[in-house]
Design a protein around this ligand. Structure first.
Ligand SMILES: C[S@@+](CC[C@H](N)C(=O)[O-])C[C@H]1O[C@@H](n2cnc3c(N)ncnc32)[C@H](O)[C@@H]1O
Length: 238
């Protein structure tokens, strides 16, 4: 088992989280109680965000032991281990263990690889049959603000409609086009993505797909709703 590695995707995640936290600082009030993260990976993306935002504290969880070891090294090397802490374990077990969400904002570049089963290159990246199982679980976990990556091939319309059902609006998002990487290029995964898209559950072309990092919020102080713009940016027709 190795660490998740996808430089472009992690960079987009880190940059987008930084921009959304900064732009919506007053409404999200993350300086008061920090944020939690599902899926640390090697921690480099968010360690840079913690460096850039001196008031930010992040408590992160990852189920991959090698990732946690590498993450702790990278965080210490950047000198932010007092404000970016990492625990080995399932995010949802930990959140339940402390009696529900203690903070208002969760950030994540969650596992979103769709496949018929977990037997894929890195099983920790399996997002269920449609790829959006973990995003949906996050949206049902009681956080007022969910900053999460949403992939165009992982049934984004179902994700947005579920979010709306739970009272969220899409305040804003940053979208980027990505080439298929090692995890989504695995033949079993590529064929599954092709079928999902043909069945109307997402979008991808021959070379790649879109990913947006979106702020889903039910905080009154964070206005607006760009849900349809998000889906259009992910190439869905709405
Ligand atoms: C797509 S990677 C993102 C890593 C990092 N945030 C980045 O963008 O570079 C997703 C990470 O989530 C972790 N993960 C998967 N399921 C998890 C769970 N239930 N709780 C905590 N971490 C989980 C995986 O081990 C993996 O490191």
């Amino acid at each position: 088992m190795t660490c998740f590695s996808s430089a472009d995707e992690s960079a987009h995640y880190g940059f987008s989280v930084c921009m959304l936290l900064e732009q919506y600082r007053d409404g999200l009030r993350w300086e008061d109680d920090g944020v939690v993260e599902l899926g640390t990976g090697d921690a480099t993306a968010i360690a840079d965000v913690v460096t850039a935002l001196p008031e930010l504290r992040v408590h992160s969880y990852d189920i991959s032991a090698p990732s946690v070891v590498q993450a702790r090294k990278n965080i210490a090397a950047r000198g932010v281990d007092d404000r970016y802490t990492v625990e080995l374990g399932d995010f949802f077990d930990q959140a339940d263990a402390v009696g529900g969400p203690p903070v208002g904002t969760v950030i994540s570049n969650p596992p979103y690889i769709p496949a018929p089963d977990r037997d894929i290159l890195m099983p920790e990246l399996w997002g269920g049959v449609n790829g959006n199982d973990l995003v949906l679980q996050l949206l049902k976990s009681g956080y007022d603000n969910v900053i999460t990556a949403v992939a165009s091939y992982s049934d984004p319309e179902a994700t947005v409609r579920t979010a709306e059902h739970h009272g969220y609006r899409v305040a804003n998002f940053l979208a980027v086009g990505l080439d298929f990487g090692p995890y989504s290029s695995e033949p079993k995964v590529r064929e599954h993505i092709r079928r999902l898209c043909a069945d109307g559950h997402g979008w991808a072309d021959d070379d790649g797909y879109m990913v947006a990092v979106a702020l889903f919020t039910r905080t009154d102080a964070v206005p607006g709703n760009r849900a349809d713009q998000l889906l259009r940016a992910l190439q869905l027709s709405v």
